[in-house]
Design a protein around this ligand. Structure first.
Ligand code: ZN
Length: 394
């Protein structure tokens, strides 16, 4: 963290509840110490002109970017993902696995666990997300069912240990025996349980949520949808007030009207934007791998050879823009869904997730089209376009 004191001045500063015009945010040794329209004299001002300052975004569910995948189990891959995410205003992410061979999965978790405790060049690793292994074939999506396993306490322990305690989220299909006990056990380890790639009906999903599951993985995708005689897993997540819905807002995974429906039922506090981005993110169309599975990317949309959607090539700034343009949600709310909502879900909102006194100075600098011009983490510029490159930390 730089020992320093300076103001960032922006045309619009997005706080938790308002958009402040022509405000100055004082950053002292990486912490937000003042938000004002009357700056103190003799302190450096870095003027962002007509740009906006929003809280740095948090991508809770991302598999890879720019040819690199969490399943590579390589620190260099995580660094590439970290640098790539910073270009899009993301300041933190969970290294997310996909179904693969058990030993390979543990290796990937070891590297994510290590990376969580190191300073990354761009977005920081906030922990690990297990999206793999413990699913149902019916809604497998791009997961290879040959590697599916029964979720046991021993396997939870092995993953938790591999991540050095940095496992934050476990996705699972709750219709199997002992699931409710496993959910309680995961909660006792402070791991959030998300229901996904599941054929659970409404009752089974509701029972899992009552037992402590925290929400649904990329809602509607990889789970039973809403039927008027069985509201399904999607219905259970939508109707449970405390459940969080992960949303892939690319306009492909969810129809805009369904995104509106989710927003009306969940509101900005229980609707989290995720990218679910795979290693093709940031690259052109072609054939890529998600774990061991071939994925064909055409017009930016990733599918398995059988046609199932296989993650995305999305970025969170694009998601925020899409939510605003496709559903009419106010920008302040859309920003909230990519920053404070994930921070709260991960229990780190005391220090990240919003532009608020006392929190870490981690921001994205955006224009009206939601293009990211600079990204600041703990007061340090980790990404900047040419105009702001003079502020980049060396
Ligand atoms: Zn998935």
């Amino acid at each position: 963290m730089t020992k320093s004191k300076y103001y960032l001045k922006a045309a619009d500063v997005y706080t938790e509840t308002s958009v402040e015009k022509n405000h100055y945010v004082l950053i002292t040794d990486g912490i937000i110490t003042e938000i004002t329209d009357k700056p103190q004299l003799n302190i450096e001002v870095r003027d962002l002109g007509n740009l906006s300052l929003i809280p740095g975004m948090i991508d809770m569910h991302i598999h890879g970017r720019e040819g690199c995948d969490i399943m590579d189990a390589k620190m260099s891959s995580i660094e590439t993902i970290s640098t790539s995410l910073a270009k899009y205003g993301v300041i933190g992410f969970l290294g997310t696995t996909v179904t693969a061979n058990w030993q390979q999965t543990l290796k990937a978790f070891e590297v994510v666990g290590e990376a969580s405790q190191l300073k990354m060049p761009g977005a920081q690793v906030l922990g690990a997300y297990n999206e793999g292994l413990f699913f149902t074939e019916t809604h497998k999506g791009a997961h290879n069912e040959n590697f599916f396993l029964k979720l046991t306490k021993e396997r939870v322990d092995a993953i938790y240990k591999a991540t050095q305690g940095q496992l934050k989220v476990m996705a699972l299909a709750p219709e199997f025996q002992d699931s409710l006990e496993i959910i309680e056990y995961l909660n006792s380890l402070n791991v959030k349980v998300m229901l996904g790639h599941t054929n659970a009906n409404f009752e089974q999903a509701s029972e899992a949520l009552n037992a402590g599951a925290a929400g649904g993985v990329h809602i509607f995708n990889g789970m039973s949808g809403i039927h008027h005689r069985d509201p399904g897993c999607a219905g259970a997540v939508l109707m449970d007030e405390s459940a969080l819905a992960e949303v892939i807002a690319d306009g492909i995974h969810l129809h805009p009207t369904i995104m509106q429906l989710i927003y009306r039922l969940k509101g900005q506090d229980k609707m989290a934007l995720i990218s679910d981005c795979i290693n093709a993110g940031g690259f052109s169309d072609g054939v890529y791998k998600l774990g061991e599975m071939d994925v064909v990317v055409k017009d930016g949309v990733a599918r398995t050879p059988k046609g199932s959607l296989a993650g995305s090539t999305l970025t969170l700034n694009k998601s925020v823009n899409n939510i605003v343009n496709m559903t009419g949600v106010p920008l302040l709310s859309a920003v909230h869904m990519a920053s404070l909502t994930p921070a709260k879900h991960l229990g780190i909102d005391n220090e990240l997730g919003s532009i608020c006194l006392g929190k870490r100075a981690s921001f994205a600098v955006i224009d009206d089209a939601l293009d990211v011009k600079a990204t600041v983490i703990d007061g340090e510029f980790v990404f900047a376009n040419e105009e702001f490159s003079k502020y980049l930390s060396s």
